[in-house]
Design a protein around this ligand. Sequence first.
Ligand code: NGO
Length: 555
Amino acid sequence: MSTIPSPSPAALPAPLSADEPDAGVLARSAEQTAVTVLTAAAPHRLADVVPAPREVRPDPAADWVLPADAVITVSADPAATAVAEHLAELLRPATGYPLPVADATTPDRAGGIALVLDEATDLGAEGYRLDITTDGVRVTAATAAGLFHGVQTLRQLLPATIESPNQVTERWALPGGTITDAPRFPYRGAMLDVARHFFAVEDVLRVIDHLARYKLNHLHLHLTDDQGWRIAVDSWPKLTSVGGATEVGGGPGGHYTKTDYARIVSYAADRHITVVPEIDLPGHTNSALVAYPELAPDKIAPPPYTGTEVGFSYVDPADERTYDFVADVLGEVAALTPGPWLHIGGDEAFKVKGEVYTGFVERVQRIVADLGKTVVGWHQLAPAAHLDGRVLQWWGTDSADPTTAEAVRQGARLIVSPGNHAYLDMKYAPDTPIGHDWAGLIDVRKAYDWDPGTHVADVPAEAVLGVEAPLWTESVTSLADIELLLLPRLPAIAEVGWSTRATHDWADFRDRLAGQGPRWTTAGITFHRAPEIPWPTTPVIPTQRDTTQTDTAAH
Ligand code: NGO
């Protein structure tokens, strides 16, 4: 890659200072599609990124402005090129610039932003280095995943108006300097319960976008529960035709066809996110029993369930047919899932006790291993015999469980999702209109102030694979509900999973998080305007939904 030329000043809109009378005032073009925003033009601080990067070295003398004729150059590699196209798609709507993507080896195509794959970059499987100089921007990484994360950082360093779906006249300034970054934990995820309420593929894709912004790399889908079965299984078709037709509150439910699921998996993969499918066993199975009473202990179909109690249903652990069912279902789900994980639930099977429970889990763990997948389950799996590679997901609220600690001593790894810090279905405050409070209230500070490396007693940081923020949907019925609970807590969990402990600082996080608000507003994303966060009040841009307001966060 040759050096990137500086922008020609003629290509740039004239900067405005904040105290000019027009600063912050909106002017719309005649067609109402393009919006001109006049803002103060100072670039963000290089450290204004969530999650906090490992190392930030600002160089105020090296601020750079994206020119209208910028080119995105990229190493000749299909996955890296896909990242470059992703970057171009992020930047084109608001800038209105063509931003062509060109092979870095192509002569005469230099200038702008360079994405460089370099195996010698010593920042692990997801790390990256971002250099902003007076010559342009360079992201360097050993992998396309690293480049992707670097692109998300770059995006956050541009003015918030970059999130506009419509063209904006803006000075696209970037703060000079170098960021060197890599994650603390390899597994950083969120879970969406699509069983209690069903959510359309488009909603799931939007959730994936939110994960990608904050460098989360796993989406756990809770696909089955008492209230609905959401994934097509050809060998047991009534699971969806009967078991999928219900949800909490009596709504119509729904399910993903195999094509739908493949679309989710591939959209996620394009964003370097791995889908973790969960088939919850042996409890939480009423919808399966309604469809196939032969799986029920008494062989009688229970009524469909649309309430929110837990722990009453289970597949018959004494019947061989149950294991045929489990092998068929997990086999089909495994075949649809390129990622290494299969989550088998295991929580709240209150009616399957002691050795009957552990015997069931041990058989299912082996079925998963025989499919070539790594078994994941809620930490209730712990008393079952260890199986190499198995992963337990901690959702306790008391930070100690000798059985889990013993399973970890035997080699299990832990995903940490403390109910009282990481459960996104908990209310923020008593007046949060939706959500639970059984694990307490979780305001943003509570979501941020914990350490996955030391959280569970007698579980060393080396045994911690990472973190996950589950969103259960008993009371969640729309995308706006999902976003209200997700934002701004998801970035807090993302930072806990990504950033080194040395960067942990509530006051600093609070300020950086505040800067995300105008981005969400500009992109038309709902979020909870948590009172402990100093959200900026400067007008930014009208949302697509409401072009009469300047700042329209819904809550
Ligand atoms: C628990 C329970 C779920 C509930 C959720 C609600 C786990 C692992 N099992 O978490 O069935 O939906 O709480 O917060």
